[in-house]
Ligand binder design. Sequence first.
Ligand code: SAH
Length: 346
Amino acid sequence: METKKKDIRAFTKEQLRDFFVSHGDKAFRGNQVYEWLWHKSAHSFEEMTNLSKETRQMLESNFTINHIKVDQMQRSSDGTIKNAVLLHDDLVVESVLIPTKSRTTACVSSQVGCSLDCRFCATARLKRMRNLNPDEIYDQVVAIDNESRLYFDRPLTNIVFMGMGEPLMNYNNVLQAIDKITSPEGLGMSPKRITLSTSGVPKMIKKMADDGVKFKLAVSLHSAIDSVRTTIMPFNATFNLSDLREALKYWYNKTKSRITYEYVVWEGINDKLRDVEALVDFCRFAPSKVNLIEYNPIDEGDFRQASNKAIDLYVDTLERHGIVVTVRRSRGKDIDAACGQLANKS
Ligand code: SAH
């Protein structure tokens, strides 16, 4: 009976070194293989040309490399690229390349589907099928880096965990992926160029602060009033705003890192003065930035983008209180690549 081959990228460098020693070879073969797997992103053992043919065959008979495959790539008229990414078990996630004049940002997924139930988000309707492994997150970044070099003649500059899924519900794997992305043995990117976006899981925000992470934090807030937030983001009934605020204070006190809030203003939901005032009150304990993001309709439902007048009310009030605010236009709408539209539709 054939035993199931193991996914080699689940192994640490130490474990690979031990594997070679236990097979009568030198420990440094483990380093060589590790470099091929991560830094050089090899898709097959065949490519590992500094190993003998016997070694490559021996690896082949013990392990697999579960590399992702970009199954379909769509390009928007504004340059945005959406990748439909096929996983080894035939599930699909999406990632997005967002170009601006000076930057290329990769928007990557952390779960297949999502654990949470935000009413306005297309991904929420898929439910959570499974967590992505560190290598599956890493591979999305590599794929977008390659596309950035190919189509824009420059490497990837930034990463946001704003694709499918709730990264703090897959914390260990996301952290391991970021470790590899920032390590010189992987992609060597600065953690300052990485932003993790969360709907707000208080316990995990505190854990991140305790773990001393160096990347940036964004919170999808959308309302600073519990009753409103629970209507549009039902998990808020469990992770309520006072717990979230306390966790964010904890984060700020430990990291001194500014918090970004993502916020969509919807007609008749959160477009009144009391909504803005609650937001000011919620975030003024620490330096904050509010990104007012455009709503991307996902169906004919109850959500409609608020008027420009309501957006102006937010901008004026926030600025008056010294809170940095930006109004962000959506990118890649024509290919369903904008925030909240990722739902494997293509
Ligand atoms: N679960 C994490 C990561 C997903 S990020 C989080 O919630 O932060 C995706 C971002 O797009 C979030 O800020 C989310 O609130 C926002 N979003 C979801 N659906 C949207 C839609 N239809 N239009 C605009 N933004 C949306």
